[in-house]
Design a protein around this ligand. Structure first.
Ligand SMILES: [Fe+2]
Length: 344
């Protein structure tokens, strides 16, 4: 039966590359009223982000920061505060957050240390600055917890969406450098090291297990499925990838997919596994202000379509009636650069 469902999911996975501008208020989208998510990562405040106005036009239900929201790279909290303040003062960003709820995660540069993990000495102080930037109330229990992981549930007349925001920094074991220098990093041995740490794993298990949402969005700053490129990825901890796949399958949670960033490229990855109830999509959207323009290709057995190595943001349209998600890479003026639709 599982095989059949998996086949059905694949058969229903539609993909198209097109270059059209989307009118968010046109009949089709308004009538079905999908839940709209906009997200993106890698945002240098001192560089122009051309998308804030487009995201506002899109009228999303929320904006999700995917990490590297500023490039702080410092353990000096005064410097970090200044950079967050500068981002909060970007006029077009101010316009966006006046209308759209903002949530999200951090990656290494806003965490404070390039490719940093649990070894970053200023992580507790940095967490405070991050929560301030996100407007988390001073009396929130998140202020007492180590790590910035959290979840948000949105209820609409036709269905429910849960966004599970992971922290892939605070507890992550230091990475293993490639002694042959062919890649930057090589995977740890099976069972060695962690991405999430035990407390966050236990929390994630509850979040997925208890969720009655129609769609469950996992936000991971780094890629989960593309694991062979040798940069930062869950693939540097293969047993953690396996654990996540097993957990998603065992949890019974509906409509699970992943949003990731970090890479300064955008791509769709998707995996079929016997333990998964449906195709698992990892939508990487990265490069709000600067992209990996010299990208010359890299292996990713899960890739669907082409890598987009230019500045873009991600849009996800969740249709409760059809039980499908449309994932879109969008450029300036809401031009759709590539899209894929997944049935759940
Ligand atoms: Fe980045």
């Amino acid at each position: 039966m599982k095989k059949f469902i998996s086949f059905l999911c694949t058969a229903l996975l539609l993909m198209s590359c097109k270059s059209v501008r989307v009118d968010e208020n046109s009949g089709n989208l308004q009538a079905g009223k999908p839940f709209r998510v906009a997200f993106g990562s890698c945002n240098r405040t001192e560089m122009e982000n051309r998308f804030w106005d487009d995201i506002l036009v899109m009228k999303p239900d929320l904006w999700i920061w995917g990490g590297d929201n500023i490039y702080a790279d410092t353990d000096d909290m005064e410097k970090m505060r200044q950079m967050y303040r500068a981002q909060l003062n970007v006029p077009a960003y101010r316009d966006l957050i006046a209308e759209v709820p903002v949530i999200g995660t951090w990656d290494d540069h806003d965490y404070g240390l390039n490719d940093g993990g649990a070894d970053f000495t200023a992580r507790a102080e940095s967490q405070r600055e991050f929560l301030n930037f996100m407007g988390v109330p001073v009396d929130s229990p998140r202020r007492e917890r180590e790590g910035i992981y959290t979840s948000h549930t949105y209820t609409r007349p036709k269905g429910k969406v849960r966004v599970i925001v992971l922290d892939t920094r605070y507890f992550r074991t230091p990475l293993k450098k490639d002694p042959n220098r062919e890649k930057r990093y090589i995977p740890h041995k099976p069972g060695e090291g962690t991405v999430l740490g035990e407390a966050q794993w236990a929390w994630l298990e509850r979040e997925l297990g208890e969720s009655d949402a129609d769609f469950n969005i996992l936000v991971s700053s780094i890629q989960v499925l593309s694991g062979e490129h040798g940069f930062e990825t869950w693939g540097n901890f293969p047993h953690e990838v396996q654990r996540l796949i097993r957990l998603i399958g065992a949890s019974g949670a509906q409509g699970v997919f992943i949003l990731s960033g970090d890479r300064h490229i955008s791509e769709f990855s998707r995996m079929e596994a016997p333990t998964l109830p449906c195709t698992l999509v990892d939508f990487t959207s990265s490069g709000l202000t600067h992209a990996y323009q010299n990208f010359r290709g890299e292996p990713n057995p899960y890739r669907l379509g082409e890598v987009v190595a230019r500045e873009s943001f991600g849009a996800v349209l969740l249709d409760f009636n059809k039980r499908e998600a449309t994932f879109q890479m969008r450029g300036d003026g809401n031009e759709v650069l590539q899209e894929v639709t997944q049935k759940y």
